[in-house]
Every structure is written in structure tokens, then in C-alpha cells.
Ligand binder design. Structure first.
Ligand code: URA
Length: 203
């Protein structure tokens, strides 16, 4: 299946996700949550998994954490309806909601990871913003050997790499809602990501 997924275009990929039964989450989901935004955007934001609102609406980050994410993106001139320089694509590691918002299980991440890999390959973003522990672990598992045991704080402040795309790690917006004193660090992460984009921009 991963080889088939790796050859899909956007439509085929979205249909494959919509009918996916690779793990048990398909039994409890109301909707799959594929992603939202400009599929040609320079920015890709990766979260963890759909919550209750996302499961109901089929769109990532539509709850309270989503409102904070939208504000963070607005602060750097991006929005989920934007295109061109304002464009961003938003996706999650898992495309289906874990019941009662429990943590994703390793088997679920494993089954789902070809979808995100294909999304990245099709979009070809210039920067990936990985929000939270699960996004960081999933994207950096092959490039940061001890990623599973490193606290998120130790992954911040550096530019990592996923399939040739620079990755900046930051806090999950749901964590920032509980820990607003860390918002300044999240802003520093966004500034780092913007620096990467500027360095990458043609002169
Ligand atoms: N948290 C996430 O990581 N993703 C969503 O889509 C919603 C909440």
C-alpha cells in the first residue's frame, strides 16, 4: 500500500484517506480529516490528530486550538484561505480522531504516515512547522535518533529536515492554551521559520 500511496495525485490520495480502514480509528471516526489550505503553499503546518470538532467538520484545527493557530499564522501573514505568499496548508499526522482525544498509538502513526509523506511530496513546501510532540516524532524519527525520548524543548530552536524540507518544531496550540507563558517561545519558533524562508528566497 505505501508504494501505491506514493504514486497518488491529490484527488486519489484524498479518496484513499476517505476510505481508509488501515487501523481501528476508522470504526469510531465521523469524518476523515485530510487537510486544508493551498496545496501549493510554501508553508506546511503539521499537527497531531483531529479532535471532536475536526472529526465533526472534516477540517483540521477548527476548535479553540485552531483559533489560536489561525491567530499565530495571521501574525506572520498567512491564513488557511490564502494563496501565494499568504498560503499555508494544514494537515495532521493522523487523519482520524483517536477516541476521547487519547494520544495516537504507534501503530496508528505507522499506518497513517504514508499519507502525510505523500502530501509533503505533492505540495513540496519550503518549510514545515511541526506542532507538538507527535508531529515532531513522526517527521523526525529517521533524522533524529533519540527523538522519542527528547523533550520538545530540546527539538526547538534548530532547523531539522524531513525528506529534504526544513522543519521547525514548536509547541502545539492546545499546549499553549494551557501554558500561555510559553507563547513567547512559540513566537520565536515562528521567527526562526520565517528566517529559514527568507534565507531560501531568491535574491
Ligand atoms: N489538534 C491537532 O493536532 N490537530 C487538529 O486538527 C486539531 C487539534
Amino acid at each position: 500500500m505505501p508504494a501505491e500511496i506514493a504514486a497518488m495525485d491529490w484527488d486519489a490520495l484524498q479518496q484513499a484517506v476517505a476510505s481508509c480502514q488501515a487501523c481501528g480509528l476508522c470504526q469510531s471516526r465521523k469524518n476523515t480529516v485530510f487537510g486544508v489550505g493551498d496545496t501549493q503553499a510554501r508553508w506546511l503546518v503539521v499537527g497531531e490528530a483531529p479532535g471532536e470538532n475536526e472529526d465533526l467538520q472534516g477540517e483540521p484545527f477548527v476548535g479553540q486550538a485552531g483559533a489560536l493557530l489561525d491567530n499565530m499564522l495571521k501574525a506572520i501573514g498567512l491564513n488557511r484561505q490564502g494563496t501565494g505568499a499568504q498560503g499555508v496548508y494544514i494537515a495532521n499526522v493522523l487523519k482520524c480522531r483517536p477516541p476521547a482525544n487519547r494520544n495516537p498509538q504507534p501503530e496508528e502513526v505507522l499506518q497513517c504516515e504514508s499519507y502525510l509523506r505523500r502530501q509533503v511530496a505533492l505540495q513540496q513546501p519550503q518549510i514545515i512547522l511541526a506542532l507538538g510532540r507527535f508531529a515532531a516524532q513522526s517527521l523526525l524519527q529517521h533524522s533524529v535518533p533519540d527523538v522519542a525520548t527528547l523533550p520538545l524543548g530540546k527539538l526547538r530552536g534548530q532547523v531539522h529536515n524531513y525528506e529534504g524540507v526544513p522543519v521547525v518544531v514548536s509547541y502545539h496550540p492546545a499546549y499553549l492554551l494551557r501554558t500561555p507563558q510559553d507563547k513567547a517561545k512559540a513566537w520565536a519558533d515562528l521567527c526562526l521559520a520565517m528566517d529559514v524562508m527568507r534565507a531560501d528566497a531568491p535574491a
